[in-house]
Design a protein around this ligand. Structure first.
Ligand code: PLP
Length: 379
């Protein structure tokens, strides 16, 4: 049996999305910047896709910029905020994705900005009082805190963070890559200046994403050399990717409640079965809770055994794809910076299982059985 439980890394393309993309690979090949009919037809597909994304997020098409993915969108939001001269201080957390952390650290190394890290509670949630303290005691700040953590699934209340940011006139960027298309983002209801999306996390194609930039908020271009994306990102557009992204987001929004219920059922089942099969199993961060964590992610902390090092390898041999790692020990750059920030026990192997609408209960049972066998416990 082959089981793919690494959907937080990337998801399989939805065949319906592929069908929507095909005409733009084969028939509609004009350059969207050309003014002839071949070009105009493709331009119109891009703008229609932009409208679709904007409508789903309850915002205006002028606020949506297509990018090469989540990493680029995060980079643009952060470097752009700094270049605009609006902020001279960044507040983030130690468990952000590297798309945020490495960007911030790079800017800090160049002496372009001062960086503060908000304290986290024992489960990895930002401490709101400390965030306020940092906002009070520093100059104009950019707050970059993710909506859903890609490793441990923690959900952050971005509506609340947005309110705090507004109170202190801080700019708020949220890396929403893992939450996009799994939860509704009503951008009229959240005080946020930037959110981001990446199509391959919701059954769209790889190499395409978007950045939402609030209308009253101006940042400079990210890629120079063309007038595409309203001068914000030069270069001929990834037309098939853009069409695929919009289609994937549309499908996700239409079926969101059903998918959520279904995937949550898979996660709940895995928690219950693992607890029976492996006494002493724990779940990292908030991922063991059904309501306050991303329903697509379960980060399992396994009881210490001699086999734990080999866990992912053994899963792979059994046809199971997942990802993981233990907390990196201090001074080492291997392992998970997220688990290290939570002070999780480096002796325990951790594995992140992440689910999609294409997984089944049978697959979950198979994986639990194999984990049990690897740990030589009767499943
Ligand atoms: N941010 C988060 C939270 C992610 O999980 C990822 C992908 O793993 C990214 C950003 C980067 O997205 P992309 O692969 O589209 O560059």
């Amino acid at each position: 049996m082959q089981v793919y439980l690494d959907n937080a890394a990337t998801t399989p393309l939805d065949p319906e999305v592929l069908e929507a993309m095909k005409p733009y690979l084969l028939d509609h090949y004009g350059n969207p910047s050309s003014i002839h009919s071949h070009g105009r037809q493709v331009r119109s597909a891009i703008e229609k896709s932009r409208r679709t994304v904007a409508e789903l997020l309850n915002t205006s098409p002028a606020e949506i910029f297509f990018t090469s993915g989540g990493t680029e969108a995060d980079n643009h939001a952060i470097t752009g905020s700094l270049q605009s001269g609006e902020v001279n201080h960044i507040i983030t957390s130690r468990i952000e994705h590297h798309a945020v952390l490495h960007t911030v650290q790079h800017l800090e190394k160049q002496d372009k900005v001062k960086v503060s890290y908000v304290e986290l509670d024992s489960q990895g949630s930002p401490e709101p009082d400390h965030l306020e303290k940092l906002l009070q005691s520093n100059g104009p700040s950019l707050v970059s805190l993710m909506h859903a953590n890609n490793e441990i699934g923690n959900l952050t209340d971005i509506k609340k963070i947005g309110e705090v940011c507004r109170q202190y006139q801080a700019v708020f960027h949220s890396d929403t890559v893992q939450a996009m298309a799994h939860y509704r983002h009503d951008l009229q209801d959240i005080d946020v200046h930037f959110v981001v999306g990446s199509a391959h996390k919701f059954h769209g194609p790889k190499g395409i994403g978007f950045l939402y930039v609030k209308a009253d908020h101006k940042i400079p271009p990210f890629i120079h050399g063309g007038a595409q994306e309203r001068n914000m990102r030069g270069g001929t557009e990834n037309v098939t990717g853009i069409v695929g992204l919009a289609k994937a987001l549309q499908i996700a929004y239409e079926k969101m409640d059903d998918h959520r219920q279904y995937i949550q059922g898979l996660k709940r089942h895995m928690i219950e079965q693992l607890e029976v099969t492996l006494p002493g199993v724990k779940f990292n961060g908030l991922s063991g809770g059904i309501d306050n964590s991303l329903y697509t992610v379960l980060n399992v902390s396994l009881p210490p055994t001699d086999d734990s090092e080999m866990l992912l390898f053994n899963l792979d041999i059994n046809g199971i794809s997942a990802s993981g790692g233990s907390a990196c020990s201090s001074g080492s750059n291997v392992g998970s910076h997220v688990l290290a920030a939570l002070n999780s026990d480096p002796q325990r192997a951790s594995v992140r299982f992440s689910f999609s609408k294409y997984n089944t209960l049978e697959e979950v049972d198979y994986v639990v059985q194999k984990v049990g066998e690897i740990f030589q416990v009767k499943a």
